[in-house]
Write a protein that binds this ligand. Structure first.
Ligand SMILES: [Zn+2]
Length: 403
């Protein structure tokens, strides 16, 4: 039976919700990366309901980091096992970062790093954690936090069916910063980490450590007038820096799933990735899901120089944070001739990249959900079905052939 390797960018509003499918087209393995903000949950729920009932045992759920636009849909989904179950869940929540972190010994992770039961239950009400219950949790890392060791090879895990995942982010130091931020936020709110009732009432707590500052972001006109490949200022948000970022490989194809990770961390890990057995000066990707919804704060020249890639995936409707940044996309189309920008929404921030003059000037192409929609009903109501990339052929999948 034919094999598939597909990445679906669900319509997750301003967030991420990625469905990766691989293996036998009639019975693929699946991985979910993030669940989008709560407003996007109906779309996720609908998508999962459309799966055959016997295909909802996912190999893995990756919750890249604690921000609402990635975690909220997961929180709800974990209460709905009738929609999906997960053989393993990768996430660095309080139970994982609240303890002293130790570098793994050799290529493996230390045994016994699993959080003690008391600590688990104490945190169950914490909005920024996730219900642990009896689920398998960072099992591929023996219950330890998921991070890239300071030295040695990058952590690699192979899932049933042959999907190979290599970890690029976060580093231990990123999780230590997250722990300090948690503790500072708790102290400011005068809440003890064990006080789950108080924690569950502090739904606004995250704002204390999110570290989002308003940035002066130039518009498209200014960007196009500028000769420089200017991105930045670089993202310093602690929560984003704690993002789990991965390379996923299957059947010789390779996609980068970058969460909201920081560019210097990614660049350093990609150098390690390239210096392994592959000896590639640049790392070739069939597609890259841009970090932080195409923010200019999460892409820089060293990162662009480290990769060879034609297809750049951007997940956001532009709400709240006005992503993607024109500067980031401009850097890509300038630096990577013939780049293909794939958006899961046609918004005021993504539509300009479809301008014929702009496309001609830069030689790029832009794809939107309606471009992938071949049912020809011609209805454009602003809603999105997301986009599905066939990573084996490198082209968007027609809706009626989705599996
Ligand atoms: Zn995000």
């Amino acid at each position: 039976m034919a094999d598939i390797f597909r990445l679906e960018l669900l319509p997750a509003l301003h967030g991420d919700c990625l469905l990766l499918s691989y293996g036998d087209a009639d019975h693929p393995h699946r991985v979910l990366i993030d669940g989008g903000p709560i407003g996007a949950y109906p779309a996720l729920s609908r998508r999962l309901q459309a799966l055959p009932a016997d295909e909802r045992a996912f190999e893995l759920l990756v919750i890249t980091h604690v921000d609402a636009d990635h975690i909220e849909g997961c929180l709800k989904l974990l209460n709905h096992p009738e929609l999906a179950t997960f053989k393993d869940i990768w996430f660095n929540g309080w139970p994982h970062v609240g303890q002293p972190l130790t570098e793994p010994v050799g290529t493996d992770y230390a045994l016994g790093a699993s959080p003690p039961p008391g600590q688990r239950s104490a945190m169950q009400g914490m909005e920024i954690s996730v219900r642990i219950d009896d689920r398998s949790w960072n099992a591929a890392f023996r219950g330890a936090p998921v991070f890239v060791p300071a030295a040695g090879p990058l952590p690699v895990r192979e899932l049933p069916g042959g999907l190979r995942l290599t970890l690029l982010s976060p580093r231990k130091v990123d999780l230590e910063k997250l722990r300090s931020a948690y503790l500072k936020a708790l102290e400011a709110a005068q809440i003890a980490p064990e006080d789950e009732v108080a924690l569950s009432k502090r739904l606004d707590m995250k704002a204390a450590f999110r570290g989002v500052t308003a940035r002066l972001r130039p518009g498209l006109e200014q960007i196009l007038d500028s000769a420089a490949l200017a991105t930045g200022p670089m993202d310093k948000a602690v929560a984003n820096g704690s993002s789990i970022a991965l390379v996923a490989e299957y059947q010789g194809r390779r996609v980068a799933l970058l969460g909201d990770a920081h560019a210097p961390t990614l660049t350093a890990s990609l150098a390690r990735f390239a210096s392994g057995s592959r000896k590639e000066p640049r790392v070739r990707f069939d597609a890259i899901k841009l970090a932080h919804h195409g923010s200019a704060g999460n892409l820089d020249e060293p990162l662009l120089d480290r990769v060879d890639c034609d297809t750049w995936l951007i997940s956001t409707n532009g709400q709240l944070f006005s992503h993607p940044d024109a500067a980031a996309l401009h850097a890509i189309v300038r630096r990577k001739p013939g780049a293909r920008l794939v958006f899961n929404y046609r918004s005021e921030f993504t539509a300009p990249w479809d301008d014929p003059q702009l496309r001609e000037a830069h030689g790029h192409t832009a794809l939107y959900p309606d471009d992938a929609d071949s049912d020809g009903d011609g209805i454009s109501d602003g809603a999105s079905d997301g986009v599905v990339m066939d990573l084996l052929t490198g082209v968007p999948v027609r809706r009626e052939t989705r599996v």
